[in-house]
Ligand binder design. Structure first.
Ligand code: C5P
Length: 462
């Protein structure tokens, strides 16, 4: 990102060493980086390392007369296109929320009118503490983008959310805030800009391939275009986006973290590994069935054709709806060739989704929404059905992302922390329709689906 200037504030946590890698990535992509090192941060990394990696002098003190003569401290943050606080410790976040300005970092943060991305890292109990939850909620309301920490083993020996996200994911979020892969100078913020800042959006896209033998597989006609367009629009809106993609020939949208998978089982594993997320948009046309026993050697032509025995794949969407870490907003897609709305309404309840985006995929290949560039959808929610006219898949993506941002903002106003992915210990639905169906109903409804065992599973995604 040539022409972009980042001010990186390095707080005092064990994860500060990852800030060095972040500086390297940003410089590699052409961004200018200036570092501010807090006293705590200096316990973990040296100003010398950051200066060498950034190619710029590192600022450490509010009381540095020399620096003040060269460039006013306040100017430091105002000259930047984005301020990144990494790691953002519980202490630093508390000071930001309280409006304290007792060192260089906090003074800059209070004085800046530049967008701020905070990347928390702390012990899991500190992260879950009511004081931190309150500070995060307050800062988000004040417009600070806050990434969700990763979950896993921590330096202190505990396990849970609190780990600093990996530097590529941090840089992807920062790039999304900066408006994609274009130099900032040429980019005007679009109408969606920042509307999903600090949120984690998980998107599945494309078909899945289910192996018959090492060279053959069951597949469907999904192109992945709709899912990729949604991932791109969410990244442009400032979200951190994880895009779990089946086998498709599409370029990764700017600012998205892509995980490539082949089969439904791999997709299910990738989705669970990507949690927690604030929103999941399940666009993928996941195969309903897979061959019961994929041969490990190529099946040879013989006198009789082989019989394929199929077994059911996991329903990733339905599983996610029942997961304790269920995203606060769970959106499924339904591609149907007839009775589109009725099938979508049934799916809303049976799968435990909050919204279903339904489309009609009837018509010969090439003309239908499946694989094409345009789509006409109906947004099916508990409160009603909205028909959207036929527009490009990119326009559908923009509209859907705008609706997602509205829903999160409305819910955050009602319950400041209800939509915070990390606070979701229990499944919480945005509407009453989700999770009314007991698990048996899911199985029963899956059995009732009148789907013929053709050579390929029924496709769903466009
Ligand atoms: O029931 P059907 O497969 O038509 O539902 C489509 C929705 O469910 C899509 O959102 C799709 O991504 C999701 N799905 C899934 N796992 C499956 C089948 C479908 O996540 N095994």
């Amino acid at each position: 990102m040539p022409g972009v200037n980042i001010l990186l504030i390095v707080g005092g946590g064990i994860a500060a060493y990852k800030a060095c890698e972040l500086v390297r990535l940003m410089r590699r992509d052409g961004a200018g980086v200036t570092c501010v090192l807090t006293d705590g941060g200096a316990q973990f990394v040296t100003a010398m390392s950051l200066a060498a990696l950034s190619g710029n002098r590192v600022h450490t003190s509010l009381w540095d007369a020399g620096a003040e003569a060269e460039i006013g401290h306040i100017q430091l943050s105002r000259a930047a296109d984005l301020v990144i606080v990494c790691p953002a410790t519980a202490d630093l976040l508390a000071k930001m929320a309280a409006g304290l300005a007792d060192d260089l970092a906090t003074t800059l943060l209070l004085a800046t009118d530049t967008p701020v991305l905070a990347v928390p890292a702390m012990n899991v109990r500190m992260w879950n503490h009511a004081a931190t939850r309150r500070n995060i909620g307050w800062l988000r309301e004040a417009g600070v983008a806050i990434m969700e920490p990763d979950e896993g083993p921590m330096a202190c020996g505990e396990f849970g959310p609190g780990r600093l996200p990996e530097p590529p994911a941090i840089w992807a979020s920062a790039q999304a805030m900066l408006g994609g892969s274009h130099p900032l100078a040429n980019t005007k913020p679009g109408p969606l800009a920042h509307s999903l800042s600090g949120r984690h959006v998980l998107v599945t896209a494309g078909p899945t391939h289910e192996a018959i033998d090492p060279v053959r597989y069951l597949a469907n006609r999904s192109s992945g275009k709709q899912g990729f367009a949604i991932a791109e629009a969410a990244a442009k809106a400032g979200a951190r986006v994880t895009l779990v993609a089946g086998p498709v020939a599409l370029a990764t949208p700017p600012g998205c973290e892509r995980v490539d998978v082949e089969s439904a089982a791999e997709m299910a594993a990738a989705v669970h590994a990507a949690l927690q997320a604030d929103v999941a948009v399940m666009v993928a046309a996941v195969a309903d069935w897979r061959p019961a026993n994929a041969a490990d050697r190529k099946l040879k032509k013989g006198t009789t054709a082989p019989q394929l025995e199929l077994v059911e794949n996991p329903d990733i969407l339905a599983q996610l709806a029942r997961d304790p870490r269920r995203p606060a907003l769970l959106i499924g897609f339904a591609a149907e060739t007839h009775d589109v709305v009725a099938h979508a309404q049934a799916k809303l309840a049976s799968k435990g989704a909050d919204w279903i985006v339904a489309n009609d995929v009837s018509g010969p290949p090439g003309t239908s929404a499946m694989g094409g560039d345009a789509n006409a959808v109906q947004l099916v929610r508990a409160e009603g059905v909205e028909a959207w006219e036929r527009v490009s898949k990119h326009e559908i993506a923009r509209r859907l992302v705008a609706r997602i941002a509205e829903a999160l903002a409305a819910s955050a106003q009602q319950q400041p922390e209800a939509l915070d992915a990390s606070a979701q210990q229990e499944p919480e639905a945005l509407d009453a329709s989700a999770q009314q169906e007991p698990p048996e109903a899911l199985a029963a409804s899956a059995q009732q689906q009148p789907e013929a065992l053709a050579s390929a599973p029924e496709p769903r995604d466009g």
